[in-house]
Design a binder for this molecule. Structure first.
Ligand code: PMP
Length: 389
């Protein structure tokens, strides 16, 4: 028998199938609300000016492409830490550079498994689909708690808290810092405090995924609740992505921080992170980190980047407001934040919208708010209405 004959056939990835259908749709007025990438009012995902300027600077000044180190570019990590963690007690944190937020999450899962193979990871229903695969791949057991009711567009907070009462000491709870994917629904400050109390009372470890910082209420505001939680817990893990807020998707750039109970424990965690990273990717890719470092190291470039990010954020929020205005049943969309909304549509409705109207969304009803434009929003709203209560 041949080795690869033992493999099972795999269904085509739903997102790739959608992309294929979209590309082959000849209709000139088709609307792409599928894949989670920011688009401007012309439907473009341009390289940010700040990133272009940083890249020009790198071409002039970079003298070597030799390896950095398994932990990546220390200066990048420190500069990004100031943006993500703010003025945290740095000696209790260790950070490493990772290939995207995905790399950070996978590294986090491997570290958790190494420290406690019995730890279970609690994921909200629904969450970013890849969370399941990433956590499972490290050999960790997943438990789910309710998070969001699609029909009523509300966070099921009491149900979530009730479910988490059965968590065991040492279990991990994954939280989206802001701009929840796929629902756009975030916790209130009061709910974050309640989560903090539960985490401390039961001895749970928060694993915080921050992939859309700056696209909800702003760079500082989007990190505020997470930072308050981090200050109140002895141990935590933070997985950050620079894909969306620096527009560096394909460069694969992110970071992972571990907050430990002491500086010694943080150093030990760091040693283990490096060991695990060596066995997965050896060294993280440099270019994205070099771009982010160059931006954050310059007051001028930082200002340009923040202005561009603010334009993206403002555009998302104005599309949210416009959609809520055009479709009263979706009023909650204006209260949610970030790139996504999980519309109260079933699979048939999503398929119908695609076939009849050339409107492309993920089959669970997730839409990318950034796919809306002044020019396509009225048509989208009109097409949507018959499918809503
Ligand atoms: N977390 C969430 C919630 C995401 O939506 C994404 C990207 N879709 C990521 C993490 C990872 O992003 P990346 O690996 O592209 O940086």
């Amino acid at each position: 028998p041949h080795l690869f004959d033992a493999l099972d056939d795999q269904p085509l990835d739903a997102m790739l199938t959608l992309l294929h259908l979209l590309r082959n749709d000849p209709r000139s007025d088709k609307i792409d609300l599928g894949i989670g990438v920011y688009g401007d009012d012309n439907g473009c995902t341009p390289v940010m000016q700040a990133a272009k300027m940083a890249e020009r600077n790198l071409i002039e000044t970079q003298t070597s492409k030799a390896y950095l180190a398994a932990e990546g570019d220390a200066h990048f990590i420190n500069l990004l830490a100031q943006r993500v963690l703010g003025g945290a007690e740095v000696n209790r944190y260790c950070g490493v550079q990772t290939p995207g937020g995905t790399g950070a999450l996978r590294l986090a899962a491997e570290l958790i498994h190494k420290a406690n193979p019995e730890a279970r990871v609690w994921l909200g229903t629904p969450t970013w689909i890849n969370h399941h695969a990433l956590i499972r791949s490290a050999g960790l057991h997943i438990l789910e708690h309710p998070f969001f009711d699609q029909a009523t567009q509300s966070v099921l907070f009491d149900e979530m808290m009730t479910a988490l009462e059965s968590a065991r000491t040492g279990d991990v709870v994954l939280l989206h810092a802001c701009c929840h994917n796929p629902t756009g629904a975030d916790f209130t400050p009061a709910q974050w405090r309640t989560i903090g109390e539960l985490v401390n009372r039961k001895g749970l470890i928060p694993l915080i995924d921050i992939a859309y910082q700056g696209l909800g209420h702003g760079m500082e505001a989007d990190a505020a609740a997470m930072r308050t939680l981090l200050d109140s817990v002895p141990e935590a893990i933070i997985a950050a992505s620079c894909s969306k807020n620096f527009g560096l998707y394909r460069e694969r750039i992110g970071a992972l921080w571990v907050k430990a109970d002491s500086a010694t424990a943080a150093l030990r965690a760091r040693g283990n992170l490096i060991l695990i990273a060596r066995a997965m990717w050896s060294m993280p890719p440099d270019h994205g980190a070099a771009v982010v470092r160059t931006i954050l190291d310059s007051t001028d470039l930082t200002q340009i980047w923040l202005t561009e990010l603010e334009q993206m954020r403002t555009r998302l929020n104005s599309m949210r407001a416009e959609l809520a205005k055009a479709v009263p049943q979706l009023a909650s969309v204006a209260q949610q934040s970030g790139m996504f909304a999980l519309l109260p549509l079933n699979r048939e409705a999503v398929a119908d919208l695609r076939v009849k109207h050339g409107i492309y969304m993920v089959e669970n009803g997730r839409m990318n708010i950034a796919g809306l434009q002044a020019g396509n929003l009225p048509r989208f709203a009109a097409a949507l209405k018959p499918y809503l209560q």
